[in-house]
Write a protein that binds this ligand. Sequence first.
Ligand SMILES: [Fe+2]
Ligand SMILES: [Fe+2]
Length: 323
Amino acid sequence: MTAPLQGYRAIDPRYLLADNLSTSFDIYIIQRHNGRLTPVLLIGRETPIFSVRDTLAAKANIIGQLYIKDEECTDFQQFMEESLQVLIADHALSAARKSQVVYDCARNVLRDVFDDPRSGTNLARTKRVTNNMVDFILENEHSIIGLLQLGSHDYYTFSHCVNVAVFSLGLWLMMGRGDDFDLRDFTLGCILHDVGKTTIAGHILKKPGRLTAAEFTEIKKHPRNGYELMRNCLPPIALDVILHHHEKDNGDGYPDGLTGDMISDHAKVAAIADVYDALTTNRPYCTARPPFKAILTMKEEMVGHFEQEKFLKFIRFLGGDRE
Ligand SMILES: [Fe+2]
Ligand SMILES: [Fe+2]
């Protein structure tokens, strides 16, 4: 949200719900003094949330929009991540609002993971956000649509990661598979599937136009690099998705050239979600295809890449079918 004063950004007071937390940021209102907009500190950091709510209720008639300083945006973001569980459970908050918060939290966490994939804190944050996303989707499968509508069609690695996780989870649920535990590990692998790209040079990743053979060889290292990066930090299902999301049913994939049953169902589902999201997204070398065209491309130009049964289920999932 934009703010009328540079250096400040608006926050939504409806997100200040988690009674077990305190603010880790200052909250301001912006008032006009002598014709100039001036920030006025309303609530200082370290204030328990129940007390924040009391203040807001007591001053409801004089308080307008709330703001935080730009530089405390990360603190606010982490506060939101810690609040997610409470926000998702809150019946007063609309599904659209919840989708927005879940999506924003996931994308922001991924941005930090891609900045520093070796950070244990970032990984713990990713697990927490992923678990909350799974809870949110399990509670209401229609939330998948809300989450997917938020997906950016521009080339942002972080949005792509979240989209792949949501598409994969949707297809997996459609297949009626997996217990709760599997789902969390699987979704974690999907959201981190491209983490190995942090090891690939930016000029190759962002190159507009065709890659040379040498550059493509370099790109193809990202599944194994991601696996190596995460091998001591993630459960086996998540590692398998990271390592094998570019395998193809006919054996033409990488890094291991696995075929058919040698590829896990988790990796097969992630592969479908990955390609579909890439095709429906604007990329440096290719504009986004509409959903129907993307499916047609996958069906006609990628023969043998995907397991047919899952691909057909994916088409039904996109069509709004829920089993
Ligand atoms: Fe990938
Ligand atoms: Fe990907």
